[in-house]
Design a protein around this ligand. Structure first.
Ligand code: ZN
Length: 132
């Protein structure tokens, strides 16, 4: 079951630079930063009530985020929906011919299980499923 929007992922060239807006200008709280090596990204979570903004900065030109920025520029990269059972959700979507990028969950930031749904099945938005 989908419970809520967990976070909104924004691709940025520099987390430090963008925090000047989100943290310094909007006085939002930086909940933490983390490097995810298999995605070649650094992430920073900014708290907006019980939803986070996830700033994603590439750490390598081969990072999917670097490719996204090269193609589209900085901007909204994905919307993450929290599910209480990611395996069940993926199975249900797969059985209904939704195009998945990940058919099995993988490790995301904060030790969460995550999986991505292809934008062609969602109206052009990359959707991340995540489970605590
Ligand atoms: Zn995310």
């Amino acid at each position: 079951m989908i419970e809520k929007i967990d976070h909104i992922g924004i691709a940025v060239n520099s987390i430090e630079e963008r925090l000047r807006f989100f943290k310094d200008m909007l006085s939002l709280e930086l909940a933490g930063t983390e490097e995810i090596n298999d995605q070649k990204v650094k992430v920073a979570f900014v708290k907006v009530g019980d939803v986070n903004i996830e700033l994603l900065e590439p750490t390598d030109p081969a990072s999917p985020i670097a490719k996204f920025i090269a193609k589209k520029g900085e901007g909204i990269h994905h919307i993450a929906l929290k599910t209480n059972n990611i395996s069940e959700t993926l199975k249900h979507l797969n059985e209904n011919n939704i195009t998945l990028i990940d058919t099995t969950p993988r490790q995301g930031a904060h030790g969460k299980k995550i999986a991505f749904i292809h934008p062609k099945s969602t109206g052009g938005v990359l959707i991340e499923l995540c489970q605590e």
